[in-house]
Write a new protein. Structure first.
Length: 298
């Protein structure tokens, strides 16, 4: 029995919620593991593990592994700009600043959607984005000061938004999400290895915690979460995807309070509720800001 569009959309939302939750769960796990592995090399290994597993499956299934690879290369570069500047930025800024600035991708998505993709958001989508940003500010404590690390992390937010939007474009063209994910994983992993070689980073893993964390990151937050994202973006609008992904710091806070042993903070809970409210608002019907289409040649 085939599923209706509404059912498919519901499953896509559940998949994206899983991705946001698993990414949120990694914060306190990765923090401990970084004592035994360089951060950039951790990114390299997790993506190479994910890409390697997916590659084996694609070869067994006799899928065309090089299909549309010219489109996955820029997406992989965006992934590099998503992870490496964020990791480097954490050396110079606070975790709260990093969390807030990374979350600014919620603001960049409608901006890039309008300026690059010539698609006007609806009134409700704009309201939802603003409410989500307010919730993010309350949840993370906002931007306390600006330094080099913050500017590096701003690159991450922009790359995050661009990756989401271009993935949306390619998935809605009918690209194979498994092949496309595999290509991105392997290319980004190799780019991170190259980064490690250029900067002379240590490639060793010195603790068991770091080893098991890398394996966990490769299988769950990378292989399953990113592949599910690609599949969901065949159905879901990019603005809704961005709002679901804005729940990542909410899940991070929830895991920190429960599994991480951190004290419950009412202010952060209120911020999380606002982000959840924004997601609910994004599903409400609303007219376009303007019925006129934007002329790309103007």
């Amino acid at each position: 029995m085939s599923l209706s569009h509404r059912q498919k959309a519901a499953f896509a939302d559940l998949g994206l919620l899983y991705a946001a939750a698993i990414w949120g769960a990694t914060f306190f796990i990765v923090k401990e593991a970084l004592a035994g592995i360089d951060a950039v090399i951790m990114v390299a290994y997790r993506f190479l593990i994910a890409g390697g597993i997916l590659l084996v499956w694609l070869l067994i299934a006799k899928k065309p592994i090089f299909q549309n690879i010219k489109y996955s290369i820029p997406l992989a570069i965006m992934l590099w700009f998503l992870y490496v500047p964020q990791t480097l930025g954490l050396k110079y800024t606070t975790a709260s600043n990093s969390g807030f600035i990374t979350g600014l991708f919620v603001a960049f998505v409608p901006i890039f959607l309008l300026t690059i993709f010539r698609r006007r958001p609806t009134v409700m989508e704009v309201i939802a984005s603003v409410v989500s940003l307010l919730g993010l500010w309350i949840l993370t404590g906002g931007l306390q000061y600006v330094n080099t690390g913050d500017l590096l992390t701003l690159v991450t937010a922009m790359a995050y938004a661009l990756h989401l939007l271009y993935a949306d474009r390619f998935m809605k063209r009918g690209f194979d999400p498994y092949v496309f994910s595999c290509q991105q994983f392997l290319i980004n992993g190799l780019l991170c290895v190259l980064t490690g070689l250029v900067f002379g980073l240590p490639f060793g893993i010195t603790t068991d915690t770091a080893l098991w964390t890398v394996i966990f990151l490769g299988i769950f937050p990378t292989l399953t979460a990113f592949t599910i994202q690609m599949m969901a973006q065949k159905i879901t609008s990019p603005l809704r995807v961005s709002l679901i992904f804005a729940l990542e710091p909410v899940f991070a806070a929830a895991f920190a309070w429960t599994l991480g042993g951190e004290p419950f903070v009412l202010r952060r809970a209120a911020g999380g509720l606002l982000i959840a409210l924004a997601l609910a608002l994004s599903g409400l019907p609303s007219p376009k800001i303007s019925k006129r289409t934007v002329d790309p040649t103007a």
